[in-house]
Design a protein around this ligand. Structure first.
Ligand SMILES: *[C@@H]1O[C@H](CO)[C@@H](O)[C@H](O)[C@H]1NC(C)=O
Ligand SMILES: *[C@@H]1O[C@H](CO)[C@@H](O)[C@H](O)[C@H]1NC(C)=O
Ligand SMILES: *[C@@H]1O[C@H](CO)[C@@H](O)[C@H](O)[C@H]1NC(C)=O
Length: 835
């Protein structure tokens, strides 16, 4: 009975989404406001002179309000005015309707996300193997597949390089074809009238958040991306094109990439109909230009958390994100807050030869790879039109939906899997393959590579494992205190290391059994962000390359409360020393300081009965107090000597761990991205191997003589004096810009409590979501606002376009359709104009 009423409640909440009147950003401005539960939104609207539109989808106590277009921020102005009056100690203000506001955000049109497709070069190299063709035809006839391009769908059954496919046909033979599972393509539309999609199309799970109509019909000439992705997942077994990986699943579409969108609409879109859509397929993200660092805003993050906590009847919605196509510009999926969310399965690409395609990004948050374009072929799927197919779908955009289809099969085989069970199954069943990369054996005995995650998807393996998988216990977490470092970062091969020790006791108190994800939130002040790299070494000796240098990233303020994520420590106990090493990889005039960091372990709990759900991150994220085991902030800061050898892991911990291999020439892109500057050991501050120490041990010796050290330090001194003045200048300039642009922040926390600066800053930011206003106002996305229009790179030149041949032709057309959103919010407005 209780379950039934919960269901009724949930479906009521779901209905509310559909009943929110369509937004019209041309005539109105909108506010998303989080209020305390007992508040009447209509009363609040009346007080503020706004029109109440309705509940904001599934977000608890969030409501939508509107007013005819206006330049100011009505809600924030009212709140500030109230504060002013209170400071003047006006009477009669002890309790006030505005006190119910916990969070408010006036909606702004965001800079658009990039679709993650590429234009593949298709040459169809290599003849098919006769035996393989016979086997393929046999399978097709046994499954009664008559789809005209089935034989071209090499990612399903590869007749040219046998074995280089998803290994899915024996799953289908068991009748596991995605029945009862619905995937939602969050994209530029979905051609529901296509012969290949219409039977599986699920209108109830669909909506158009660009044009604010019910059906996500592709309307622009370049709206092909979503339909192609949909075909990969759920193209029917029929006489049109090919088949999807889950050809009996339902497919819905939510359209967000083809027009103006706000954080509020993206938030509504990303968990749309969360009891009916099971998997959200997202082949897009912030620009993959090698210089953007952008995370989902608070409303979007809350929508994702709501979905993993409530979606699929409480088992959690599945998010799949394409890793990103920026590898050729040194981009790394840890600079993207969607791909590095613990709630998303990040899928990268390999091509039909199992090679790394030049575009697919690496990062420690990448879980798995699967097939896409490269080595002369691409993905063959449905296209927009009654009976149209394409053989040119590519990029990580095409890999993500193959993952989605595979996960749909696993969910049919085992509907009770939670979102974390599915991630576990990916880790346990992904297949490492014979390609040079930094493959490293993890504590669980799995091989992990930053380029390929835990390997490639094998549909048969994951479905078989799903059938008998023992479900994991609920999620627990452990947060370290903020670790204050506040030291300059040495340049070159050196690194600045800081350590935090997690004890058994701390984890016991946190009801924490074993690690799944780790996140690390950090602040680094630096005048050229792209020079930095960050590694994290676990107690078991596994290294996560959280951040890698990016040659085009000139951003002059370093990392500001940025959260990195790693899945490389999956299955570790977490007990012992966690060491973070920050490097300033370029010896140049750009220097910086490592300010602070905070480690969070996420994983399985010990006692399932005593494990609550993660509280929704919000404005009061000093809630951290409740969940952290407070420990003395014991920070040791040491300087890591450079080494000539190339041993990545701590040898004494894991004598049998394979040494990182350098990528070979087939993998040139990867070799420039990372893993080039390993350090030998983190032993002690006093580098035992140093020749002679001219300075006390914390200073690097560079492995050279005393005289050279004096010279180096002398020069560094001079450079520092110069840089110091420059930095002070830049800092002051930045302060000024930040302050002057403060009014432009998209959202503010209405919290009268002053920022607690100084001392141990009690973790105010849960992974990715901000808290205190001062700090939150400085998170990645907003920073671009502060600097928008100040750099030459904001201007789009033809040569810029030439420099990026790997971006979609579609996107250029797409870009031309954009109008006057340049200075608008949502994050990297500067870089987003480049396509
Ligand atoms: C593919 O599936 C088959 C079962 O059909 C299984 O025996 C095999 O191990 C899987 N993997 C590969 C690489 O063939
Ligand atoms: C689909 O779901 C319904 C109801 O939940 C269930 O009765 C049915 O067995 C399921 N079908 C398959 C093929 O899993
Ligand atoms: C690093 O810290 C030093 C000393 O506190 C300061 O002079 C310098 O400006 C800082 N650098 C940056 C980039 O903030």
């Amino acid at each position: 009975m209780r379950i039934l009423s919960l269901w009724a409640l949930l479906s009521a909440a779901t209905l509310a989404t559909a009943h929110l009147p369509p937004r019209n950003y041309a005539t109105h401005d909108y506010y998303a406001i989080h209020v305390s539960p007992s508040t009447s939104p209509s009363d609040l609207a009346a007080h503020l002179g706004l029109t109440y539109e309705g509940e904001m989808g599934s977000l608890a106590d969030h409501h939508v309000f509107k007013a005819p277009k206006h330049s100011n921020d009505i809600v924030d102005d009212a709140v500030q005015e109230l504060k002013r009056r209170r400071r003047k100690r006006e009477v009669g203000l002890e309790s006030h309707p505005l006190d119910s506001i916990r969070f408010t955000q006036k909606q702004k049109i965001k800079a658009r996300h990039w679709k993650r497709s590429t234009i593949p070069q298709v040459s169809r190299a290599g003849p098919p193997i006769t035996d393989a063709i016979t086997a393929q035809r046999d399978i097709a006839s046994r499954l009664q597949i008559k789809d005209p391009i089935f034989e071209e769908q090499w990612h399903i059954f590869n007749v040219k390089t046998p074995g280089n496919d998803l290994n899915v046909t024996d799953v289908w033979m068991q009748g596991i074809t995605g029945k009862n599972v619905t995937a939602c393509i969050v994209d530029d539309g979905l051609d529901m009238d296509s012969e290949d999609l219409k039977d599986n199309f699920f209108a109830e799970g669909s909506y158009d958040f660009n044009d604010h109509v019910d059906l996500p019909k592709p309307r622009l000439s370049d709206d092909r991306h979503g339909t192609r992705c949909a075909g990969e997942v759920a193209a029917g077994r029929n006489n049109a094109c090919g088949v999807g990986i889950a050809y009996d699943s339902k497919i819905s579409g939510v359209r967000i990439l083809s027009g103006d969108i706000t954080d509020m609409d993206e938030s509504l879109a990303i968990n749309y109909e969360l009891q009916k859509n099971d998997i959200y397929s997202c082949s897009w993200g912030p620009p993959d230009d090698g210089k953007t660092m952008q995370a989902p805003g608070p409303l979007i993050e809350k929508a994702m958390i709501t979905a993993v906590q409530q979606g699929r009847g409480g088992k959690g919605s599945i998010y799949v994100f394409a890793a990103g196509n920026g590898a050729a510009s040194d981009d790394n999926c840890n600079f993207d807050g969607y791909t590095n969310s613990i709630y998303s399965i990040t899928v990268g690409a390999i091509d039909n030869k199992n090679l790394h395609p030049y575009y697919s990004e690496a990062c420690s948050a990448q879980l798995v790879v699967t097939y896409s374009s490269g080595s002369g072929d691409a993905i063959h799927t449905t296209d927009v039109g009654a009976n149209k197919c394409t053989g040119q779908h590519g990029g990580t955009s095409a890999a993500g939906p193959i993952g989605v289809g595979t996960f749909a099969l696993a969910l049919q085989a085992r509907p009770e899997l939670t979102w974390r069970d599915l991630q576990w199954l990916v880790v346990m069943t992904a297949v490492p393959f014979d390609q040079p990369s930094d493959w490293t054996k993890t504590t669980m005995g799995k091989m992990f590579s930053h380029q390929f995650g835990y390997g490639k998807l094998d549909a048969y393996a994951i479905v078989e494992a799903a059938k008998t998988w023992e479900l994991v216990k609920p999620q627990a977490w452990f947060y370290s205190p903020w670790m204050h470092v506040k030291k300059p970062i040495p340049q070159g091969d050196q690194g600045l290391a800081s350590t935090f020790e997690v004890t058994q006791d701390m984890l016991k108190k946190a009801n924490f059994e074993r690690v799944e994800h780790i996140t690390l939130t950090m602040n680094i002040a630096h005048s050229r962000r792209g020079d930095l790299s960050v590694e994290l070494i676990s107690p078991d000796g596994m290294t996560s390359h959280l951040s890698t240098p990016r040659r085009d990233d000139e951003f002059p303020a370093g990392y500001l409360d940025w959260t990195f994520m790693s899945v490389a420590h999956w299955g570790e106990k977490g007990i012992g020393k966690w060491t973070v090493i920050v490097k300033d990889t370029k010896v140049n005039e750009h220097t910086g300081n490592f300010t602070d960091w905070k480690l969070r372990l996420w994983g399985e709990c010990i006692d399932a009965k005593n494990q609550p759900l993660r509280p929704m991150p919000n404005e009061h994220d000093d809630d951290d107090h409740d969940v952290i085991t407070t420990v003395p902030a014991h920070t040791t800061t040491i300087t890591v000597p450079s080494s000539t050898g190339a041993v990545m892991a701590n040898p004494s911990d894991h004598p049998d761990r394979p040494v990182a291999q350098k990528p070979t020439t087939t993998d040139q892109v990867a070799s420039t991205t990372a893993f080039e500057t390993p350090i030998s050991a983190i032993s002690t501050p006093s580098a035992s191997s140093s020749p002679e120490n001219f300075l006390p041990s914390p200073f690097p010796t560079f492995g050279v003589s005393k005289r050279t050290q004096i010279w180096i330090y002398g020069s560094i001194g001079l450079i520092l004096v110069f840089c110091g003045s420059l930095a002070v200048y830049l800092y002051l300039a930045r302060r000024k810009r930040l302050q002057s642009s403060r009014d432009d922040y998209e959202f503010e926390v209405l919290d009268d409590v002053e920022d607690e600066e100084g001392g141990v800053r009690t973790g105010m930011l849960a992974a990715g979501a901000g808290a205190g206003r001062g700090r939150r106002a400085r998170r990645g996305g907003e920073l671009y606002d502060a600097f928008a229009g100040e750099s030459d790179e904001d201007l789009l030149s033809d040569s810029d376009v030439e420099d990026h041949p790997y971006t979609d032709r579609d996107e250029k057309v797409f870009d031309e359709n954009r109008s006057g959103e340049g200075s608008d919010a949502g994050g990297s407005s500067g870089s987003s104009s480049r396509t």
